[in-house]
Design a protein around this ligand. Structure first.
Ligand code: ATP
Length: 445
């Protein structure tokens, strides 16, 4: 493998070349830390989100889905603590105009004092004292830009779930313990975004809030912690690159009783991509107080009333996509030639197979088209008749396509095709009318 710092550069360039991820508004010089998903990227991310939804909502009787709006009543963010507390201390350099987090390890000395040194231009005494900066994007609702019309782009999807908890409970006739799951966009005006799609200003979260009786929270916390690690492992990630990190007292959010991150070892170090949090009754109590609406749960069998505790599992769809891409990236030599291959789990791969006529004559294109039309009714499949077969294989290796179906001279005689395995490079010859069954078994969906 190439050196670590190089891997991210190579991945960003492959992502653009192959159509996974593009910089937003690139023709205008790009927009800071906002990214667009191209034809392959949108499939990859969608496969991850669908897998999450299937395991969280469809495969569980006790979890319901929700799609709450991005814009919410501004009081939601006051009650949640985001207006007052969702801030990072920031430092500006008066000389070079760069902006840093006050805890940036590259800053020498205490910002705001004459000794402090700017990590970019090296000037001394030019760093301002830290100032608080709210990470929420603000906009105005209606035609008048005044304080009363301020609304925020949500910085997390969780609050849409909390304020709908009684609606969902009543409509679905669930009983505590039960959960609500949601996938949706969130926005944070991050001060130090970066590392490609790791930390961006617009991103998608996959969150599940599980409502439990106080006193049973530890048990459910342990349950969800184990479940989420299992789900992540089943994405086919390298086991040695995954670990839990428990939040120490100084890291715990003010509302949390216990929290674990699931971390991945990126080329830039171990970093969180999912969190499991015991949020206690903090959120519902705060909303109950601020809205003046009872958010208690009544257990009809015992007549007990309580504000449920919440166990949250919160994952980033984009960050998980990055984990999957980093983990899949590999370089190797095959017969003296270098190849780059994205070893995606077949169920996550954007394209499941590619169809190649060996040459564009002797009936091969016609048969290939027929095979392609048959297979693509079941899977996302690519047709490629351009260039040598070796080059076509390489292109699909970079796209992470697990199977290459080649139609050759023999195919037109006996209706068989070869299927090349992306990882082992072994080829099976099978009957064309068995292809769909063969692929279904291999992909394991
Ligand atoms: P970080 O400290 O990395 O900013 P966080 O602890 O603030 O993350 P949470 O608020 O717990 O993150 O959000 C849950 C998940 O949402 C994270 O694990 C991550 O996958 C994703 N996420 C949060 N902020 C961003 C962002 N700016 N860009 C992409 N994904 C994000």
């Amino acid at each position: 493998m190439p050196p670590a710092d190089n891997v991210m550069e190579k991945l960003v360039s492959l992502a653009k070349r192959r159509g996974f991820v593009f910089q937003s508004s690139e023709i205008y010089g790009g927009l800071g830390s906002v990214w667009d998903y191209g034809p392959l990227g949108v499939e990859l991310k969608k496969n991850i989100k669908e897998r999450w939804w299937r395991s969280m909502v469809h495969e569980r009787e006790d979890i319901e889905g929700l799609d709450a709006a991005i814009l919410m009543h501004p009081k939601v963010w006051e009650a949640s603590g985001h207006v007052a507390g969702f801030t990072d201390p920031l430092v500006d350099c008066k000389q070079c105009k760069n902006r840093f987090r006050a805890d940036d390890p590259r800053i020498k000395g205490t910002p705001g004092t004459p000794e402090a040194q700017c990590p970019v231009c090296g000037s001394r005494g030019t760093l301002t004292a830290p100032r608080l900066f709210n990470l929420m994007f603000k906009t105005f609702m209606g035609p008048v830009e005044e304080a009363a019309a301020v609304v925020y782009l949500r910085p997390e999807t969780a609050q849409g779930i909390y304020v709908n908890y009684l609606n969902v409970l009543q409509a679905s006739r669930q009983k505590v313990p039960f959960g609500i799951a949601q996938i949706g966009k969130a926005f944070r005006n991050e001060i130090t975004p970066g590392n490609f799609i790791f930390r961006t200003r617009e991103f998608e979260q996959m969150e599940m809030q599980f409502f439990v009786k106080p006193g049973t929270d530890q048990e459910w916390f342990d349950f969800w912690k184990a479940q989420r690690m299992q789900w992540v492992q089943a994405l086919g990630l390298k086991a040695e690159k995954l670990r839990f990190h428990q939040h120490g007292k100084d890291e715990l959010a003010h509302y949390a009783k216990d929290a674990y991150d699931i971390e991945y070892e990126f080329p830039f170090g171990w970093q969180e991509f999912e969190g499991i949090h015991n949020r206690t009754d903090f959120d519902l109590s705060r909303h109950q107080q601020a809205s003046n609406k009872k958010l208690e749960y009544v257990d009809t069998s015992t007549n007990e009333r309580f504000v449920p505790y919440i166990i949250e599992t919160s994952a980033g769809a984009d960050r998980t996509t990055l984990v999957v891409m980093v983990d899949a990236y590999s370089e190797e030599e095959v017969a003296g030639e270098k190849r780059v291959v994205m070893r995606f789990h077949p169920a996550l791969a954007p394209l499941k197979a590619a169809v190649f006529p060996l040459v564009n004559k002797d009936g091969m294109p016609e048969l290939s088209r027929r095979i392609y039309d048959g297979v693509r009714r079941h899977f996302n499949v690519f047709y490629d008749d351009g260039g040598s077969i070796g080059r076509r294989y390489r292109r699909q290796d970079e796209a992470g396509t697990p199977y290459g179906i080649t139609i050759d001279g023999q195919s037109t005689q006996d209706q068989t095709v070869t299927v090349r395995d992306r990882d082992t490079l072994l080829q099976d010859r099978i009957a064309a009318d068995q292809l769909v069954e063969y692929l279904k078994k291999k992909i394991g969906e």
